[in-house]
Design a protein. Structure first.
Length: 129
């Protein structure tokens, strides 16, 4: 599933090659169905990225687009991942769209989706440890 996610995010603006930031893991995973609401979204890449020049948006079931911001409460900010605050969301399918710049100057863009289907629980998912 992680390789599928990497392929989805590798819809690149430049030709495929060495140095592109490819997703190694994310929380939630592509096409994952969650039964808890997310506090944050985490995407880990195979290389360091430039956070200030990378962006991720969330498109909800109501077609509302929200720019996701870095989570200020991230206890250990790392250069190979984005840890993003999630806005309050309702059940439904969400599309994560992003563009990241790796430190060697390559831009990679892509998207993946996940679904939230709460089942009578107020659980919270914290993302990748």
């Amino acid at each position: 599933m992680i390789s599928t996610l990497g392929c989805l995010f590798s819809l690149s603006l430049v030709s495929e090659g060495k140095g592109h930031a490819v997703i190694m893991e994310s929380s939630p995973k592509a096409r994952e169905v969650l039964t808890a609401f997310l506090v944050r979204l985490v995407i880990r890449f195979n290389s360091r990225i430039v956070h200030a020049l990378s962006r991720v948006t969330l498109l909800g079931p109501n077609s509302r687009r929200v720019i996701l911001r870095a989570d200020a409460k991230d206890p250990s900010p790392k250069t190979d991942r984005l840890v993003l605050r999630m806005p309050p969301v309702n059940p439904g399918t969400y599309l994560v769209q992003g563009q990241v710049l790796s430190v060697d100057g390559h831009i990679t863009a892509g998207s993946f989706s996940f679904t939230i289907q709460p089942q009578g629980s107020d659980g919270i998912s914290e993302g990748i440890p």
